[in-house]
Design a binder for this molecule. Sequence first.
Ligand code: ARG
Length: 572
Amino acid sequence: MQQLEVSEELARRVVAALRRAFDVELSPAEALIAVSARDGVDYQCNLAMSLGKRLGKPPREVAAGIVEQLELDGVADRPEIAGPGFLNFVLRREWLEQRVAEQAGDERLGVALVAQPKRIALDYSSPNVAKEMHVGHLRTSVIGDAIARLLRFVGHEVLPHNHLGDWGTPFGMLIEYRLAEPDADRGELNAFYQAARQKFDSDEDFANRSRERVVKLQSGDPETLAFWQELIDESTRHFNAVYRQLGITLTDADVYGESFYNPYLGKVVEELEADGLTEVSDGAVCVFPEGFHNREGDRLPLIVRKRDGGYGYAATDLATVRYWTTERGATDLLYVVGSPQAQHFAMVFAVCRAAGWLDGVHAEHIGFGSVLGADGKVMRTRAGESVKLADLLDEAVSQAAEIVAERSELSAEEQQQVAHAVGVGAVKYADLSGDRERDYVFDWNRMLAKEGNTSVYLQYAHARIESILAKAGESAGDAPILLAKPAERALALTLLRFSEAVHAATSAYAPHKLCTYLYDAAVSFSRFYEQCPVLLAETPELRASRVQLATLTARTLVQGLALLGIEAPRRL
Ligand code: ARG
């Protein structure tokens, strides 16, 4: 049976007491139960203050009323009322010990599956064909993949789709260039693109042929399509190499590029027109969704069909929404795309809502900030180009190799694997551990630091536990948990919060909440280990219990890091 999380357990009891004492109905989430920072107190309830106002009673009186009606059934001692009316909860030792033992016996470490699984279409990574993935694509790939893993773990169905930029005017130019310069190296994506661009800008004739080529592409000319496919394949090989290196779970089956929606575009316009939502403006078919204006107060259009009959980025996104909701039955649409596109998505959602394509569907843009260089500006190479993701990851692994090289007992092969886990992990964790909406400065020293909230610290903590466990020999089986010392109790309380951390990170699409938790868990373990000898414990029972706690901590770190897409090597 799935257990309630500890705070939920207390919240339900408080809510029930409140009903009995004051005939007030609140949801458990409104009970304001929080982990307490005070020594000797586990959780506190801050409800009496706000409720006092509402009931016109002194908060301490409200608190006393709650306490009188609380049924605790051995979960906690009767709470003391502190200060203006806080309830201070101290959990019963036997109850905690029992709960930890149950969590240790649970493969899912106490993380409940959601009661109502959703079918979530998740757009992430979505790089552009014929261009190298750059550091901006790092964030969507890493954050998107962590969100996918979290959603799946709590029981949702995830339909990942990689919205490749594989359509539109640049392709005419690229194909034409491929024909004009058959020997140009297409493996160097950026160089190829730039050369084509240069010819396009300087050669009128070439530019005209490029424009004609777009028309041929869009009307399905077989020869043109074959060249186009070649470009896609070239880029996909490159993207897949980066995904493999980064441990991103996207596969070729998840590719739904812009071109995929081409056959649906006509239908999109038709339905919008039939609903009376469109206006022709300057020859283009537009929708002006309500509430979007520029600074001058003019309405902003979403262009559905351009004057020349072509379709652009916005039209494709309308078709994308329509496809995933009406054809694939998605209940939720999530887009992990940089924050500069916030308005684009807000407008797309508004139009789709008006068209009825989002009825009963939740659509959300999951934005994120930029990666900055040491100078505080968007990260670039010394030559002023955007930094290639593949180069960045190579550098991460070679920096990590230096750290790992200190460990001479690892075989060369193991060193290489560990360097990969540490280097790539550090880049991913640096991206995930801060609030995603904020920009962050890319800093090798900070991300590879062995102390602080870094993946390296967590990986070391895990490897240290593994080495303790290896020395302990046989596992402790299901020996009873004994929480004698404060550091043991503190560790137990932290371990019991894993489920809460996973659900908080998942429902807010905020992987950093899980990072913060894992860091707490590792710190908590290190305090425990300082104060509670494991191998040299005072009694065999205590030793067995501590081995159990260590094992549970290791499993929590491994599972938590796995949900972030980061490996935890056993030896480091
Ligand atoms: N290809 C775009 C870019 O690199 C991102 C696409 C995001 N997804 C979408 N459905 N618009 O900026």
